[in-house]
Design a protein around this ligand. Structure first.
Ligand code: TYD
Ligand code: MG
Length: 453
């Protein structure tokens, strides 16, 4: 019987048994293509296969303790990895083209090599001479890193087998080409095959592997999403082109907390670590102005203060605009609805723009109250005091909910010279970090007290 064809989406990796123009999984158009089988050999029978070995879970305790993690010395990177590089782990670093992935990984390669790991950096995009030029610019020419420029997967695996590195960096997975798969490099089948070969090879040989993946919005080139399931850790390198800071964010990590971030600054000499991101994100803040509010946020385990900026203006359109940069658009709609329904403050006929300064992306619900404050401050044209930070979640009933890591938030705010914090009442607060706390149980009380509305 002929084997049924299968199809998959290059944007989200969903599988189908027939082709269609639009993916039912993610709604993208023209992303579905036919899968090519990884091996053309005869189908394996279920009987006669080699029996795998199992060991009792309780035996694991008596086995040797795993080798320790390696620290690169770049604290921002080590923290995002969950405290250094785990031996034999597979990591995906995704991001927009040109954001700085190659720069970051060449610097990381040099650091890990310096820390004693045998490291090999394989570029499928640049010639070794170009990588060397970049290394020169980054001042890393002395680093004991092996460079390779290769795209053929078979050749790469042979090299890795011979060299036996402890860490291999593959830049990028989209340029890799497995000769047993007859579709173009960058297609879903190729990306999937290459990632599968490399990760299984790495696990078998006890080598760590870092795969670089470009993300494209159009899904024309297979996004690295199909690879996410195959690796232990998924990191995204984010940032706005116009801004110099870059954020490395853990979105999946088998060896540490997800949501952890590392902050870097792109300079003429490569990426440098930002040890105090709050100071950086607030550096462009001037005199207190209407619509500007400082949110005391937490990313992973680390407090980060960011500025929310709102603009509210009469709309010339029949359908007023709601534009958000750096925050969730549907969450904004919810807060506008709660302000209208619970506090009687309408935004109908008004355009609303909301921006997180510095190109930072915030996803915490704890930012709700800061957003509400920014919107009101812009609407009423009344600036909040410059020494105040805000945090708290808003529920649909208009009640304010306490959020986690309050002390952490207060301490960070105090460190940066703020004196007052507006927060929800309730919740356990062990220490106020020397800050004056103004607590409110619901949005109406907050609006009445702060804006006199
Ligand atoms: P790159 O690491 O090549 O991006 P990616 O691998 O994600 O495609 O970085 C490209 C950008 O970084 C490029 O626009 C130039 C900038 N850059 C610096 O500003 N300083 C530097 O020292 C380096 C090496 C690059
Ligand atoms: Mg690159």
């Amino acid at each position: 019987m002929a084997k049924a064809k299968t199809f998959s989406c290059s944007a989200c990796g969903a599988s189908f048994n027939k082709w269609s123009g639009r993916c039912d999984g993610c709604g993208e158009w023209n992303t579905i293509s036919e899968d090519t089988p990884l091996s053309a050999g005869p189908a394996t029978k279920s009987l006669g296969g080699k029996r795998g070995a199992t060991i009792p879970l309780t035996d694991l305790a008596t086995q040797e303790t795993p080798p320790p993690r390696t620290h690169s010395g770049l604290d921002e990177l080590d923290r995002v990895l969950g405290g250094g590089l785990v031996p034999a782990s597979a990591i995906l670093v995704g991001g927009d083209p040109g954001i700085g992935k190659s720069t970051l990984l060449l610097q990381a390669a040099a650091r890990f090599a310096g820390a004693g790991l045998k490291t090999i950096y394989i570029s499928g995009e640049e010639a070794s001479a170009q990588v060397r030029m970049r290394a020169q610019r980054l001042g890393l020419t002395d680093a004991p890193v092996q460079l390779g420029a290769e795209t053929n997967l078979r050749d790469i695996l042979t090299t890795l087998d011979a060299e036996k590195p402890q860490l291999a960096i593959i830049d990028s997975i989209q340029t890799m080409w497995a000769d047993n798969v007859d579709s173009a490099p960058g297609s879903v089948s190729q990306v999937r095959a290459a990632a599968h070969e490399l990760t299984t090879f790495a696990k078998r040989k006890g080598m760590s592997v870092i795969l670089v993946g470009h993300v494209t919005k159009e899904g024309q080139i297979a996004g690295p999403r199909v690879v996410e399931h195959m690796v232990d850790t998924v990191l995204y390198f984010e940032g706005e082109r116009g801004h110099q800071f870059r954020i490395l964010r853990a979105v999946k990590n088998r060896f540490g907390p997800a949501d952890e971030i590392g902050v870097f600054e792109m300079t003429g000499g490569g990426l440098s670590e930002v040890t105090n991101p709050s100071a950086l994100f607030l550096s462009e803040r001037g005199e207190p102005s209407p619509g500007s509010v400082v949110f005391a946020g937490v990313e992973g385990t680390r407090p980060v203060l960011v500025e929310f900026q709102a603009l509210v203006a009469p709309s010339p359109h029949s359908q007023p605009r709601r534009t958000v940069v750096g925050w969730d658009g549907s969450r904004l709609a919810m807060i506008l609805a709660v302000l209208e329904a619970r506090c009687g403050i309408p935004f109908a006929g008004l355009d609303v723009y909301l921006n997180v300064a510095g190109g930072m992306k915030v996803s915490e619900p704890a930012a709700d109250l800061a957003v509400a404050a920014a919107l009101l401050s812009a609407r009423e044209d009344a600036a909040l005091p410059a020494d105040t930070v805000i945090f708290g979640e808003i529920s649909l009933s208009g009640a304010l909910r306490p959020v986690g890591q309050t002390e952490n938030r207060l301490k960070e705010a105090q460190k940066l010279g703020f004196t007052t914090a507006i927060a929800p009442s309730g919740g356990k607060i062990v220490g106020d970090g020397g800050m004056m706390l103004r607590q409110f149980g619901d949005l109406t009380a907050f609006v009445g007290d702060i804006f006199g509305a």
